[in-house]
Design a protein around this ligand. Structure first.
Ligand code: NDP
Length: 234
């Protein structure tokens, strides 16, 4: 049966691959991003800044009114504004926290309002290995992504009795716009990855698809690294 799937940050990169994964399964995918662009086959694309609480809740309300209760919510939208902490501006800190953590909370809260009524659903946050390995220049990003783990695990306990699962997928390095300006550093980073290469977005999407499937109904509060072994053992 076709599911109602919402994906934030679906205009490109990992979010677009996740949207395409669900579209290929015949699901109705609603895509959210600031640009409003979305992969072909999405049921709807909405222009939303996830850092704005009212925009997120009205977009999700309109998606639920049009396509019914949400079955799956993938909280993927994210940005980086890297810089060493000593030189990091308040704006760099706030922008990342607002999008990557506040935005994730606004999205999950609005999605849960629909899922709790329906007594089923899956929320999947796209985290990162950054908080587990520590990355110089990413204090803002690592803090936001660490926050997602606490958010997901608390929500998982709040809604487990309603058969709603809440999990985090933590990618390592993935070939998207976010990592495209790494240049030669990308090869150096690849050398640190036991599998010797960075991931393609579809490799993240496949794990998200699994967590949203009936095979994963007993998995909740988990953090699943998809990193070629980068954060292995942490
Ligand atoms: P991209 O920069 O390629 O895509 C980011 C997506 O988020 C875009 O669709 C963008 O759309 C959207 N977005 C950004 N800010 C907002 C906002 N305020 N409101 C709504 N949408 C927004 O990045 P990736 O695909 O690489 O990253 C996706 C997720 O995966 C992020 O959470 C990132 O932290 C995480 N991740 C990525 C890794 C990597 O190596 N690439 C590694 C680990 C985690 P638009 O600009 O149109 O708004």
């Amino acid at each position: 049966m076709s599911r109602h799937v919402l994906v934030t940050g679906a205009s490109r990169g990992i979010g677009a691959a996740i949207a395409e994964h669900f579209i290929a399964l015949g699901d109705q995918v609603v895509a959210l991003s600031r640009s409003g662009s979305a992969p072909k086959g999405c049921a709807k694309s909405l222009t939303v800044d996830v850092a704005k609480s009212e925009e997120v809740s009205s977009a999700i309300k309109s998606a639920v009114a049009e396509f019914g209760p949400l079955d799956v919510c993938v909280v993927n939208a994210g940005i980086t504004r890297d810089g060493l902490a000593l030189r990091m501006s308040d704006e760099q800190w706030r922008e990342v926290l607002s999008t990557d953590l506040d935005g994730a909370f606004y999205t999950a809260r609005a999605a849960l309002a629909s899922m709790v009524r329906a007594r089923q659903g899956s929320i999947i946050f796209i985290g990162s290995v950054s908080p587990f390995i520590g990355v110089p220049g990413q204090a803002n990003y690592a803090a936001a992504k660490a926050g997602l783990v606490g958010l997901a695990r608390s929500l998982a306990k709040e809604v487990a009795s309603r058969a709603i699962t809440v999990n985090v997928v933590a990618p390592g390095l993935v070939d998207t716009n976010m990592t495209s300006d790494l240049g030669p550093a990308s090869d150096q980073l690849a050398d640190m990855i036991p599998m010797g290469r960075i991931a393609q977005p579809a490799e993240i999407a496949g794990v998200v698809g699994f967590l949203a499937s009936n095979h994963a109904r007993y998995i909740t509060g988990a953090v699943i690294p998809v990193d070629g072994g980068l954060a292995l053992g942490l």
